[in-house]
Design a binder for this molecule. Structure first.
Ligand code: AMP
Length: 213
C-alpha cells in the first residue's frame, strides 16, 4: 500500500512514518532525509538544495520530483511505501499522479496529522534529531534515555539548522501557502483521513493505524 503523511512541520510525520514502516514492513521515504543526506554528501543536488533548506523555503519542484522518482524505482518500493514530506505542493502531487514512477498504481491513503501553529513552534524549537536513523526527540517532551544519544540506534543527536524560531515560522508560512491546499485535493479524491496530532506518540500511532486500515 502507498501511504502519504501530510501535516505541518513538527506534526510528527517522521516519528509516525518510522513506526508505520516497522509495522507494515514497507520503507519510509522522507524527502527531507534524502535532501539532508545529499547535503551531507555535498552532491550537486545537495548543494543546490542547501540555501532553500536553511532558510525554510521549499526546494524547487523539478529537483524534488526527479529525486523521489529515482528513489521509488528501487526494488524495496515494490510492495508499497510511506511518503513523509512529499508531495508538498500541488505540482508535486500532480506529477506523482501522472508519472509512471509510482510503482503500484494508486495513492492508498493520505493521513493528515493536525497540530496547531503554536504547538509546532514549541515542538520544533526543542527538537533533536538522530544523525543516524533520523528518529526525533524533544529536550522536554520526549527526551532520549541518555542525553544526546539516540534510543533507537545509539548515534548522536543534533539540532537541525532549520529548527531555529525564525526559520520555523517561515516553514509554517510555506506549509500554509504551498502544502495545505493538498488537504482539499486529497479529500476530494476520498483518500484523506484526519488524525489529531496531540497526545502521546503511542496514542497518535493508534489513530494513524486506524486511519490506514
Ligand atoms: P522536512 O525534513 O520534511 O521538514 O524537510 C526539510 C526541508 O527540506 C524543507 O523545509 C524543504 O526545504 C526541503 N524539502 C523536503 N521535502 C520537500 C519537498 N517535498 N518539496 C520541497 N522541498 C522539500
Amino acid at each position: 500500500m502507498n501511504l502519504i503523511l501530510l501535516g505541518p512541520p513538527g506534526a510528527g510525520k517522521g516519528t509516525q512514518a518510522r513506526r508505520l514502516s516497522d509495522k507494515l514492513k514497507v520503507p519510509q521515504i522522507s524527502t527531507g532525509d534524502l535532501l539532508r543526506a545529499a547535503r551531507a554528501e555535498k552532491t550537486p543536488l545537495g548543494q543546490k538544495a542547501e540555501s532553500y533548506m536553511v532558510s525554510g523555503r521549499l526546494v524547487p519542484d523539478d529537483l524534488v520530483i526527479a529525486m523521489i522518482g529515482e528513489r521509488l524505482k528501487k526494488e524495496d518500493c515494490r510492495a508499497g511505501y510511506i511518503l513523509d514530506g512529499f508531495p508538498r505542493t500541488l505540482p508535486q502531487a500532480e506529477a506523482f499522479e501522472k508519472t509512471s514512477f509510482k510503482n503500484s498504481s494508486k495513492v492508498g491513503r493520505v493521513v493528515n496529522i493536525q497540530v496547531e501553529r503554536d504547538e509546532v513552534v514549541l515542538r520544533l524549537s526543542g527538537r533533536r534529531q538522530c544523525g543516524g536513523c533520523g528518529e526525533n526527540f524533544h529536550v522536554s517532551f520526549h527526551p532520549p534515555r541518555k542525553e544526546g544519544v539516540c534510543d533507537r540506534c545509539g548515534k548522536g543527536l543534533i539540532q537541525r539548522d532549520d529548527d531555529r524560531e525564525d526559520v520555523i515560522r517561515r516553514r509554517l508560512d510555506v506549509y500554509e501557502k504551498e502544502t495545505q491546499p493538498l488537504i482539499a485535493y486529497y479529500r476530494g479524491q476520498g483518500v484523506l483521513r484526519d488524525v489529531r496530532g496531540t497526545g502521546s506518540i503511542e496514542e497518535i500511532f493508534g489513530e494513524v493505524l486506524r486511519a490506514v486500515e
